[in-house]
Each structure stands twice: as structure tokens, then as C-alpha cells.
Design a protein around this ligand. Sequence first.
Ligand code: BG6
Length: 301
Amino acid sequence: MDIAELNQKHAIANHVAFREIADGMPAAEISNAHAKAGIALQGAHLYAWQPDGHEPVIWLSEFAKFAPGKSLRGGIPVCWPWFGPHDSDSKLPAHGYARTSMWDVVETAALPDGSTQIRFELAQTNQMREQWPHAASVQLQISVGRTLQVSLITANTGDSPFTLGEALHTYFRIGDVSNVAIRGLDGCSYIDKVADAAHQVQHGDIVIDNEVDRVYLDTDADCIIEDRGLKRAIRIAKQGSHSTVVWNPWIEKAEKMGDLGEDGYRAMVCVESANALDNVVSIAPNETHHLSVIYSVEPLD
Ligand code: BG6
């Protein structure tokens, strides 16, 4: 569907319109009484959310490339149907193919509370089915308002069960990494990816003063990013997600990545609502699984 058709079918005045943000890259731009947001159709990738009266909540690298087949550095990459490297084939893309593939817009709606809802479905191809041979449909539903609500919905449309890894790999914008603490994971076990996958236990809040790449397991807990620099707390409240990934590449890794910027690591942290490693989910035929997150922001006293 081109931009004109998208607008004809799905635009809603004072809520959502479609435009090309780069060559061949359509996006939904949402602006309503509560907030503004932007979502690229490639990856159903939300790249901005700013509730009125607040600074932007979502971080997007100034070097992010809006280009076909390339994942944006920042926003909310959707990792599906596996998280991290593929189990057995290192040539397959990290975090699955959903984040770099086109999604269709299924519907848009203006909700009674003034927020805007948009639902996408991954347009599956034979190449995807070769990489992951299971009968599944996947949708992403986003509601933009004073809070941001995101649901990743996977249905088993076949006749045998399958196993799924997934994440909403959200990059949050912070004032400075030295003024941030992440609460909610005290006492939780994690796999430390920067220490040869050692099993560790979290004690107290997470502070970031080096590369951090951890998969916290068996946790449904809300997380709070307490940002004393921007004087705000971001709450991440989730359902249907049993892992939380906390990631900051720090200096050396960021340099190698090339699209994070020299000081990018100071201005972002990822707190990802996931089902990863031992928490991958098994979905039976005719079953539908939801991974849902509500993001909200409040001032810090
Ligand atoms: C995190 C992983 O979820 O994503 C890290 O735990 C990884 O290991 C990071 O480096 C970024 O991944 P990518 O593929 O977007 O560079």
C-alpha cells in the first residue's frame, strides 16, 4: 500500500496520518490530545513517544538509519520469533526477522479516552517460513496516550506446538547514565552476557558504570527507571513476559556499533520485556499468546 492508500484507508483526523520518513519507508505519525508518536511500518518500529508536558521518553540515535532491511538504533525494536542469536544457525539475523520486515496496518482507532490505537500484522514471506518453519501470525497493537501500551500477539495457526523467543527491546532516553538507577529486580537471578553467561543474583538497584548485558529470568515484576537527571521515573509494567533484559553497550562496544554516536551510551538504556533463554514460551495449536507492556512516566520529587 502506498502513502495515499494508507491515508485513505487508515488516517484519522487529529489522531494519525501516514508519510514517508525516508525513501520507501512509510510511517504512521500520531498526534492527539495526550501525546505524539511515530512508528515505521518496517518492523512496526515505534521510534518516538512524547506525552504532553514531558520530554521524549523513547531514545532514538541521531545516527539511526531509516533504510530497507536495516534495524533502527533506538525506539522499540520487536524481536521475534527468536531473541538474540539464533539457536543453531549463526547466519540468521540476531533478534529474528520481524524488526527488519514490513508489517501491514490492520486498523486504526480513536479511543474514547482520546488516545490513538494502531494494529499491525507482520506480512510473512516464504523466506521467513524457511527461517522459522511454523504456522503463526503475529500482530503488534500500540495505544498512544498519556501512557504507551504495546502488545505483541502471537497465534499458533497450525496443528503442532512451537517455541517462541521474543522481546520489546525498548531504548529509553535518560539525562545521563550516571544519574540513573533501575529498580524492580532486587533478588532476581540473571545470566550475565558480559561474564561468559555466568549465573548471578541481583542485589539492590541496577546502576550502570560499565557494559551491562543481562537477561533476568523468571520475573514478571514492574521495573522503574529512576532518572535523577531528568527528574522523572519511567515505569515499565508488563504481562506475559518472564524475562527482563537490561543493556547498555558502554564505550568500546558502542564505538564498534557505529550507529550509537560517541556519547549515545550516556543518553540511553534498554530495559526489554522479553521471553528469552529458559523463558521461551511454548504455544499450542489454536492458542494465542500476548506479551503486553504499559509504559508511563511521572515526575520525581
Ligand atoms: C540486547 C542483547 O538485547 O540487544 C545484546 O542482549 C545486543 O547482546 C543488543 O548487543 C543489541 O542488539 P542489536 O542486534 O540490535 O545490535
